[in-house]
Design a binder for this molecule. Structure first.
Ligand SMILES: *[C@@H]1O[C@H](CO)[C@@H](O)[C@H](O)[C@H]1NC(C)=O
Length: 398
């Protein structure tokens, strides 16, 4: 018996190594209904070190992360989303296909302990089906997407909504994380959740309870921001965390929607024959002369006048220095030059210490003896020339 057992083990191991690497799952789902697939860590755990489990009896519970994409594409198809909260949680693929087709999804699991990887293939065939004509969307405030996706929870939520709709004939159409719809990330405190939108659809018309959403008084209450309770007799939530937020309920009657505008028909790309090309008539001619005069001629004339004026002021009315000097009184001119020279002298003296005393402080002559002081640098020009000096009377005398 023991030999038989080990043979079975051996065959299992062979099967796992042969088929496990390309494990392929097939699903056939209809358009317009929610598809959920839970990526079980347990399943992938069997792919990592299958032998150690069989022979050593060691069981691992490794953290894992998943990477999902459409085969030979970098991303998932548009309608399919993936979520996994934590490496120790299972992952979920979920979404609602909108058009028929076939998607091949590759799932890579990375073992965060050993960094081994395993690959699974999921083949999803989508078949066409009529959309459910009556749909309603509910907001469940006290839930998170991963907590809603397990099928048991989906069933609970569906049951409540079946009671609310008063029909058994009800399907979940879409489940969305409120964060994907502009919701806020909640505070990391107990009692704060991200929130989930659940859309369901049915062949049956809305129940009276649901139709209350359309009444003006409901809309008024909700707009006022009050905490509106589910009206009496319509509250069917059996588990508190599955209760809906009444004000965020929305009904969609797809039978009333106008059909989408048909796509434009494509022509052959060649113009039909016949008819000559008739060029469009040229627009009436416009007279641009007044505009031209105002924008070009007038500023030009002004500029020329200003130029002439400036030229006259600069050249026509200017006195030459020579002419001005000739007109000036000699003594005044001399006085003027000495002021300039003294200023220069003072400037030079300010530059360094120890320069010879300024010329103007040197006595020109000793008034008592009449002796001339030895001139050092001075070229002996008297400060005031006596022969022309009309102010000599005012000079101090000793
Ligand atoms: C499901 O919800 C998502 C997110 O709001 C949206 O992008 C998608 O179009 C919805 N699918 C259907 C079939 O309503």
């Amino acid at each position: 018996m023991a030999g038989c057992g080990s043979w079975i083990f051996f065959l299992t191991v062979c099967a796992v190594t042969l088929f496990g690497a390309s494990a392929e799952l097939k699903f056939t789902i209809p358009v317009g209904k929610l598809f959920t697939y839970e990526l079980m860590r347990e399943t992938f755990q069997n792919d990592f070190e299958p032998l150690s489990r069989l022979y050593a009896g060691r069981l691992y519970d490794d953290p894992m992360v998943f990477k999902c994409n459409r085969q030979s594409f970098p991303d998932l198809p548009e309608w399919l989303r993936f979520t996994q909260r934590h490496p120790y949680d299972n992952g979920f693929l979920y979404g609602t296909p909108t058009s028929p087709g076939k998607s091949i999804i590759e799932v890579y699991a990375v073992n965060k302990r050993s960094y081994e990887t395993a690959r699974h293939i999921i083949v999803i065939s989508i078949i066409a089906e009529k959309m459910l004509p009556y749909q309603a969307e509910f907001f469940i405030k006290l839930r998170e997407i991963e907590k809603v996706l397990p099928s048991s929870v989906q069933v609970e939520i569906k049951q409540d909504l079946q009671n609310l709709w008063k029909t058994e004939n009800l399907e979940i159409v879409n489940i969305t994380n409120a964060l994907d719809r502009g919701g806020r990330v909640p505070l990391p405190l107990a009692g704060h959740y991200e929130g989930v939108f659940v859309k369901v659809g049915s062949e049956d018309y809305f129940s009276n309870c649901l139709l209350r959403v359309l009444t003006p008084e409901h809309q008024k209450q909700c707009r006022a921001g009050a905490k509106v309770k589910v009206p009496g007799g319509c509250n069917f939530c059996s588990i508190p965390s599955n209760c809906i937020t009444w004000c965020k309920t929305e009904l969609f009657d797809l039978t009333k929607q106008e059909p989408a505008t048909p796509a434009p028909t494509m022509g052959s790309g060649i113009l039909e024959t016949g008819g000559d090309f008739d060029p469009p008539e040229s627009p009436p001619s416009r007279d641009f002369l007044p505009d031209y005069i105002v924008t070009v001629i007038v500023p030009l004339i002004l500029a020329i006048i200003l130029c002439l004026l400036l030229a006259y002021v600069m050249f026509g009315r200017r006195e030459g220095v020579v002419k001005r000097n000739a007109k000036t009184n000699q003594i005044q001119l001399y006085h003027h030059h000495t002021i300039h020279e003294n200023t220069d002298e003072l400037r030079n003296m300010a530059g360094s210490r120890g320069v010879s005393p300024p010329l103007s402080t040197l006595p020109m002559f000793n008034s008592r003896t009449g002796e001339r002081a030895p001139s050092l640098q001075s070229d002996n020009i008297p400060l005031i020339m006596a022969q022309h000096d009309p102010y000599s009377d005012t000079l101090p005398r000793k």
